[in-house]
Every structure is written in structure tokens, then in C-alpha cells.
Design a protein around this ligand. Sequence first.
Ligand code: NDP
Length: 328
Amino acid sequence: MFQAVYLDKPADRLEAGIRALPDDALPEGDVLVRVEWSTLNYKDGLAITGKAPVVRKYPMVPGIDFAGTVEASQHPAWQPGDRVLLNGWGVGEGHWGGLAQKARVRGDWLLARPENLSARQCMAIGTAGYTAMLCVLALERHGVLADSGEVLVTGAAGGVGSVAIQLLARRGYRVVASTGRIEAAGEYLRGLGAAEVIDRAQFSAPGKPLGRERWAGAVDSVGSHTLANVCATTRYGGVVTACGLAGGMDLPATVAPFILRGVTLAGIDSVMAPLPLRQAAWTALAAEIDTDKLDDMTRVIPLAEAIPAAAELIAGQVRGRLVVDVNA
Ligand code: NDP
């Protein structure tokens, strides 16, 4: 038996609780993993609160990522005792996920955990941090380098934003953090490496097709008017990486930044990202993440607390990252 967050929807009403489940209830897969740590990502918050149709079938064990140790394997790449992690691939959405003490998944979905990071540190980074690195790699692939100019990070005090600031600052970028929590989180954001902290309100309302050019690049986890205004204020030839929808899924923009300033809007998806890109992101994270800063931005919660914390996360009240000790 193992403990898991368990979502069910009898009579169209979402129920979320902790359940003890037998191993043979686990879905099909060629690798059985003893999960040590998981995390609460924005998408897990949506799944647990039911605020968006993230879960594709019920009952579901949520949790889009986990870190643990292989217990049994029919997959040629993995042996019992191997230290693994998983992000995405529809786990926690269509296949039982990581907010549990055990998971059975396809071996092709697993990555070896970096040697220098513990299971807990891998999950402190989690899908949010791995996505932040995908954004950084995309900025560089499109030619935005440390000396190109300022890089804006929106949703700065959230999980993706917090890790993005740290990674960009370490690579030498001048990072401007946009947040709705200047008073509460300003010092925290500067501690992560933000050179300047600005009020997100300036991006929240409908704006003009083009504004004063400022950003060489941007990491946007907010979407909607924020993303439109960020594109409108990006410099000629700049690059905006769009990875999130914390402020809305719409994009009320014009084509002006793209056709008049050659701005590139680069979409970032972590769920189905191909293996070489994942490996590159985790290799770079293992080399560059500051584990002291990572600790500062992380709160540890036990499995049962994942349910109330989900609502807090969706309300934008969580600072940094929530790591889930599935065995507590
Ligand atoms: P968090 O909840 O940790 O952070 C989101 C942050 O966005 C908040 O902390 C807040 O930052 C800001 N925010 C929240 N609501 C609003 C609003 N209404 N208007 C403006 N800003 C707002 O989530 P994550 O960082 O984990 O994820 C951020 C987004 O990225 C989510 O939409 C998530 O689904 C997406 N994502 C996408 C991935 C992909 O593969 N493309 C992978 C991982 C995440 P502040 O208080 O500083 O203003």
C-alpha cells in the first residue's frame, strides 16, 4: 500500500483527499519508482482545486513531477536503485502522478538525477525551475545574451519567476523583476539577483500596440495583457519567452511588435519537450543553481498539506517553490 493525493469526480463534483492505495492500482508502465519528494506546481494547483480542466480522467493521482529511486524495472535503461526524476509527459494529468509514495511510469519518461543534487533539491527546482531554464536556453538560442540589454521576468515571486531570476543573474544578465508584491517580496527578489523590482500593475491593463522599447528579452509566466504589454515594450529584435498563464490564457495583442520591431515570441513547453532538451536543461541546472538560494525560496510541506496549499498557489499567495515530502 502507498499514500497518495487522490482526486475523484463522482456526480461531477471534484473530491480531493489522501488515500492509501494498493500497488496493483498503479497504472501500466515498465518502471516502478519509490517517490521521495514531489512538488506543487501551478498546474497541480489547477488539478487539485479543479479550477481548470487539467485532469483528463478520474480517479487521478496529481503531481506533474517527482524524484525518487527505481524499485523495479522492465526497461533496459533503468535498474533497481537508480536515482531518477520525472517532469511532465502528461503525468498527473492523464497518468497517475508524483503526489504519492509510489509511481509506475514509462521508463522513457525518466531522467537520471544529477549527481550533485538531492531528490529534494531536484523537486525544489521542479517543473517550474526546469521551465525557467528552458526559457533561459531559448533566450540564448535566439541571440539574447548577457550584454544584449535588460531582461524582464514577470510573475517574479512565483516558482518559474524566482528560479528564472536566479539563473539569469548568474549568467550575468541585468534582470528586472515584475511583481504584484513589491513590499512583501522586493527584498527576496533582489536577494535572488534582480537588479530592479517593478510593479506588475504597469503591464496588467489593456495597453497600446507599441510602447517605449526597453527589454532585450523577457520570461513571461503571466500571459494575457501582461504578455501583450511586454511584447509591446520589447526592443527591436528582442525575444519574449512565453511559458505561463497565471494572469490569463488570452493574448490581447497586435502584430505590431513582431512586424515593426522584429520581436520574436518564443513558446516554451516543458511537458512534451524532447529528451535532449530536457537533458540540456537539467545539466545546466545542476551546474548553475545556487542551492542556498534554492533553500531560501523553498517551503517544505507534507503530502496532506498539498491539498490546502493548492488553493493558496492558485491565489498567487505562494512565494517561490513548494516541495512536498510524500513520506511525511
Ligand atoms: P506560481 O503560482 O508559483 O507563480 C505565478 C506568479 O504569477 C505569482 O506568484 C504572481 O507573481 C504572478 N501572478 C499570479 N496571478 C497573477 C495575475 N492575475 N496577474 C499577474 N500576475 C499574476 O506559478 P509557477 O511559477 O509555477 O507557474 C507560472 C505559470 O507558468 C503558470 O501559468 C504555469 O501553468 C506555467 N507553467 C508552464 C509550463 C510550461 O511547460 N509551459 C511549466 C511550468 C509552469 P507576483 O506575485 O510576483 O506578481
